[in-house]
Write a protein that binds this ligand. Structure first.
Ligand SMILES: Cc1cc2nc3c(=O)[nH]c(=O)nc-3n(C[C@H](O)[C@H](O)[C@H](O)COP(=O)(O)OP(=O)(O)OC[C@H]3O[C@@H](n4cnc5c(N)ncnc54)[C@H](O)[C@@H]3O)c2cc1C
Length: 456
């Protein structure tokens, strides 16, 4: 190892989602020799594109906020930030079988679901959440208790419970109050930037365009990208480096690196080595993940024009309606109106085993109930994606239960999205998490040590 100190270290970054991509970029910028290893055939992870019929767009719905400064700075480097199309959006609510707009203060005034006092308490809750800066104490309170305290029982039952269930399923009962605080902060950040209304953006061409630009960018930085390669085991060498067991197209092999950063979900990290301490293993296996089943539809016409329709009525087989077509003009999608129907559920929920045919037929039957006149013939194409590890559930005292970046195994780091505690899960937060880890002022001791070691 002494000899290699004067040479760049070889780093394996495992996982080609945004956490892995950003880690690889920053290590390469520091002069390290980086290999980015991704199991699927392309980069992007949850943000990756796919095709529905012949139309290519994001597998899961993605928008950019004006306040997403970490993501936008990466897009600037790729010369894509100026191209973002910004659109003012509307929000809808389905309550007692009727659709209502809740997109302006006037809408709020006439919103029939709540009475005057309930509206006042709801407004107060959001205002209070937006003013809180010390978020850590919120981790000790259940989100339900915090919302009931500020909004009252009736507003909780009418609004908050259905909203929490739509994002977290029944796991909302174990979720801490920092979850809702982070949501309020994210939505307020657009208004803090001087706007009264929400503006959402997308890069024309979607995330496909972003990854098409990222590929050559990683190439210029000297990052060796290996897709279609799954990491199955990581073991320590006698010389302090690592041996990685890989599988690519059914062929197993071993590769050697000086350092390894794992950005994959915690259950995968737990499985790659038996060398974790009991404490580390229990942190990794104790992280509960929320997943999503998300159906994309290409329609021949618009629905109601709300970007998000929140569903307050019970018995609906998805947990929200995202009309991507409300911000993405149909002519940019070959004359199609793109709609997503997400259903969030815990990663071990049996719902993941439902067949596509069942999910599609339930979706179309339900859309017929919600939108008068909706016909199955409007659907030109339909396709369902599933992801089991989307977001780590922020349970009580969550930040103290996370796996640290610097592990008990020198040279092996864990930097996945389960580290995020001060924000909702989105690409901007993932990039911020990585950037803050590499900021020299708050660099983690081991990352700093590797660097110093070599310099000495
Ligand atoms: C329905 C939905 C809507 C969303 N909406 C938005 C939005 O509007 N705006 C926004 O900014 N963000 C949004 N997000 C969140 C955003 O997509 C994620 O925050 C981000 O993509 C997470 O990146 P990541 O690298 O942490 O994880 P991932 O993208 O999950 O990356 C992990 C990678 O590790 C790879 N991997 C796993 N196992 C192995 C292995 N054995 N070997 C090698 N590689 C492996 C996986 O294939 C994957 O590519 C949304 C997500 C979902 C699911």
């Amino acid at each position: 190892m002494n000899e290699s100190r004067n040479k760049p270290l070889s780093w394996a970054v495992v996982g080609g989602g945004f956490a892995g991509i950003r880690t690889a970029m920053l290590l390469a910028q520091r002069g390290e020799q980086v290999t980015l290893i991704e199991a699927s055939d392309g980069l992007g992870g949850l943000a990756s594109p796919w095709s529905i019929d012949h139309v290519e767009w994001d597998r899961f719905y993605h928008v950019i906020l004006l306040s997403d400064r970490y993501l936008r700075s990466v897009l600037k480097d790729l010369q894509l930030d100026d191209e973002i199309a910004w659109v003012q959006t509307k929000t809808g609510f389905l309550a007692s079988g009727k659709l209502h707009s809740l997109s302006s203060s006037i809408d709020f005034l006439f919103f029939p679901v709540l009475n005057g006092l309930q509206k006042f308490r709801l407004g107060l809750t959001i205002f209070a959440g937006s003013k809180i800066r010390r978020w850590k104490p919120l981790e000790q309170i259940l989100v339900e208790d915090w919302l009931r305290k500020w909004s009252g029982d009736s507003t909780f039952e009418k609004i908050w419970r259905p909203l929490l269930q739509s994002k977290l399923g029944d796991a909302y009962q174990r979720t801490n109050a920092s979850f809702i605080w982070a949501y309020i902060q994210r939505m307020y950040s657009a208004r803090r930037s001087g706007l009264k209304r929400e503006m959402f953006g997308y890069v024309p061409g979607g995330y496909r365009r972003i990854f098409d630009a990222l590929g050559p960018h990683l190439d210029r930085l000297g990052v060796d990208v290996q897709t279609g390669t799954s990491i199955q085991a990581v073991s320590r060498n006698k010389d302090g480096g690592f041996q990685l067991g890989t599988e690519s197209k059914g062929v197993k092999s071993e590769v050697v690196f000086d350092r390894v950063v794992l950005t994959t979900p915690s259950s995968h990290i737990a499985s790659v080595t038996t060398d974790w301490t009991d404490d580390e293993r229990s942190r990794l296996t104790g992280t509960e993940y929320l997943g999503v089943i998300c159906t994309s539809l290409l329609l021949d016409r618009p629905l109601a024009g709300y970007y998000v329709t929140n569903l307050l009525d019970p018995g609906i087989p998805f947990t929200g309606i995202i009309e991507m077509g409300s911000i993405l003009p149909m002519e940019k999608l070959d004359g199609n109106y793109l709609v997503y129907l997400p259903r969030y559920l815990m990663s071990d929920d049996l719902g993941f085993d439902d067949s596509d045919a069942d999910i599609h037929s339930r979706a179309i039957q339900t859309l017929k109930r919600i939108y008068p006149g909706f016909q199955a013939e409007w659907v030109r194409a339909i396709r369902t994606a599933r992801a089991k590890a989307v977001m780590a559930l922020p349970t009580l005292d969550y930040s103290n239960c996370r796996m640290p970046v610097t592990t008990s195994i020198p040279g092996l780091y864990c930097l996945n999205s389960s580290r995020i505690v001060e924000g909702t899960l989105n690409v901007n937060e993932v990039i911020r998490m990585v950037d803050e880890e590499f900021n020299p002022g708050i660099w983690s001791p081991h990352l700093a040590l590797c660097h110093d070691e070599r310099a000495s």
